[in-house]
Design a binder for this molecule. Structure first.
Ligand SMILES: Cc1cc2nc3c(=O)[nH]c(=O)nc-3n(C[C@H](O)[C@H](O)[C@H](O)COP(=O)(O)O)c2cc1C
Length: 169
């Protein structure tokens, strides 16, 4: 798929997924897109877990019950670690760059998913997920991304006109 078509076709998909597996090569390509994201000083402190195991997926869905988490064949988990250079902290920006790479790669593979950062921030959800997945101390789970082949149409939310948000000088 053309890169700019991928950008336009990506949309947050929160509904059910078809009961089909994501091929290994697609999953590897999606994770590879995540690790290839830029990071401050090339710190590369963002890490990924692809949860395919049915029991673990069910346990995640019990913590965060949505149609997407209950039916996704894969739930990606994105964790970050500090990436500090003097007074500059790149951890959150690095995590955002890596996660957008994942979202675009998911779209390019004909799949869809949703970046669930807000829901992972609520209460002690991030810590609960870290405990379930045995994520080492020092890493913080920032989001999960349930994804797969969508059972319903995917659409991107309407964006403000380009001229309101960008200018060419
Ligand atoms: C940092 C961030 C946090 C988000 N958290 C959630 C979330 O917790 N739950 C959810 O359903 N969508 C979440 N989203 C998806 C946004 O709601 C979505 O990107 C936005 O509504 C625009 O829609 P679009 O992705 O289709 O363009 C999040 C997106 C970002 C970038």
């Amino acid at each position: 798929m053309d890169f700019f078509d991928v950008v336009k076709q990506r949309g947050s998909y929160r509904d059910e997924f078809l009961p089909v597996e994501v091929p290994d090569e697609d999953l590897k390509a999606i994770l590879d897109a995540g690790v290839r994201a830029p990071s401050g000083y090339n710190g590369q402190t963002v890490s990924f877990i692809a949860v395919r195991d049915a029991k673990l997926r069910q346990q995640i869905a019990e913590l965060l019950p949505t149609p997407a988490t209950k039916t996704a064949p894969v739930i990606l988990v994105v964790a970050s670690e500090p990436n500090d250079h003097g007074s500059m902290n790149f951890e959150m920006v690095d995590y955002g760059a890596a996660t957008e790479n994942l979202m675009l790669a998911i779209t390019a593979c004909g799949c869809a998913g949703v970046w669930m950062d807000g829901m992972v921030r609520s209460g002690d959800m991030s810590a609960k997920l870290a405990k379930l997945l045995h994520v080492s101390e020092g890493k913080t789970i920032r989001t999960i991304v349930p994804f797969g082949k969508p059972a319903k149409p995917v659409s991107q939310k309407e964006k403000k006109p380009l001229g309101e948000r960008a200018k060419i000088l």
